[in-house]
Design a protein around this ligand. Structure first.
Ligand SMILES: NC(=O)c1ccc[n+]([C@@H]2O[C@H](COP(=O)([O-])OP(=O)(O)OC[C@H]3O[C@@H](n4cnc5c(N)ncnc54)[C@H](OP(=O)(O)O)[C@@H]3O)[C@@H](O)[C@H]2O)c1
Length: 283
């Protein structure tokens, strides 16, 4: 039996204080990662998330649930604005205090904005693109030297860009009005594919995760109004869960996925293909 493991890996996640970033941190920690580094703009949010993750480690140890004993795990966080070069440099400096390499980088911090076409503010469009594309680029640029040190022919370092199904399909009905968001997620997927070509030969794989709706602070507003509608239209008849994301993150971080590079991975029940038909055509 194959056990997907990330034993001893050093993991960096932007925007890991809550939501999808925190789910990624939790999954990698439970499956053997030795260090986790997270950010958010707010120190209190980072501190709370660090406490939450340390608590998981304690409980896992108590119940002997770690395959690798879970000794010496490091969890640190920092308040930094990841849409800027300065914020990313601060984050690299923190990680470099403790580590000389990074095995898994998840540029996850993201923002969205919805407003009708004629009223969509320029500043909102800028804010979304600054974080969702420029921020992802800067994170990868600044962490590249540490990723380079981690990658080998035995295990390629990983960059898992947090894209979205919104970057694959423009036909997401109720996501209308999120012009900057849709463009940013398509753009960042293209950026990821280009980097996969460049960094693959250097033993750094770049893949793009493309989740559908998963409950979080960002998606809860839409889900509380239209969650049932989304679930009804989804080919799997439900929205996503943290577990759906966590198993994908684990696989694409583990050695077993070493030959997968430059892929956009929908984690969306098939939502990117369109709406499920109301009735089966097989009568
Ligand atoms: N939830 C979904 O259904 C869904 C689906 C597809 C893709 N995604 C993507 O998944 C990623 C995470 O989204 P989420 O749903 O987990 O949203 P979320 O709950 O709003 O979490 C966003 C995270 O990013 C941080 N962040 C925001 N702006 C930042 C900045 N300038 N610098 C540093 N950190 C920043 C937030 O912390 P602070 O606010 O404290 O800075 C928070 O930790 C995003 O890229 C999003 O597009 C989400």
């Amino acid at each position: 039996m194959t056990r997907l493991n990330v034993d001893g890996k050093v993991v960096v996640i932007t925007g890991g204080s809550r939501g999808l970033g925190l789910h990624c941190a939790e999954a990698l920690l439970k499956h053997g990662a030795k260090s986790i580094y997270i950010t958010s703009r707010k120190q209190k949010a980072v501190d709370d998330a660090v406490i939450y993750l340390k608590d998981i480690v304690d409980k896992f140890k108590e119940k002997n649930q770690f395959y690798n004993k879970g000794n010496g795990i490091k969890i640190h966080g920092l308040a930094a604005d990841i849409s800027t070069a300065q914020g990313n440099i601060k984050f690299v400096e923190l990680v470099s205090k403790y580590e000389d390499k990074v095995d898994i980088l998840i540029p996850n911090a993201g923002a969205s904005w919805g407003a009708p076409l004629t009223k969509h503010p320029e500043e909102a469009f800028d804010k979304v693109l600054d974080l969702n594309i420029k921020g992802v680029f800067l994170t990868i640029q600044k962490f590249y030297p540490l990723l380079l040190k981690a990658g080998s022919s035995d295990y390629s370092a990983r960059i898992l860009i947090m894209g979205s199904v919104a970057g694959i399909s423009p036909n997401l009905g109720l996501m209308g009005g999120t012009y900057g968001y849709l463009s940013s997620k398509a753009g960042v997927a293209h950026l990821g594919k280009s980097l996969a070509l460049e960094l693959g030969p250097q033993n750094i794989n770049v893949n793009i995760l493309a989740p559908g709706f998963i409950p979080s602070k960002m998606s809860n507003g839409l889900l509380s109004k239209f969650g049932k509608e989304f679930a009804d239209k989804n080919p799997k008849k439900r929205i996503g869960t943290n577990k759906d994301l966590e198993s994908a993150v684990l696989f694409f971080s583990a050695k077993e996925s070493d030959y997968i590079n430059g892929a956009i991975i929908p984690i969306d029940g098939g939502q990117h293909l369109g709406d499920a038909p109301a009735f089966s055509s097989i009568l």
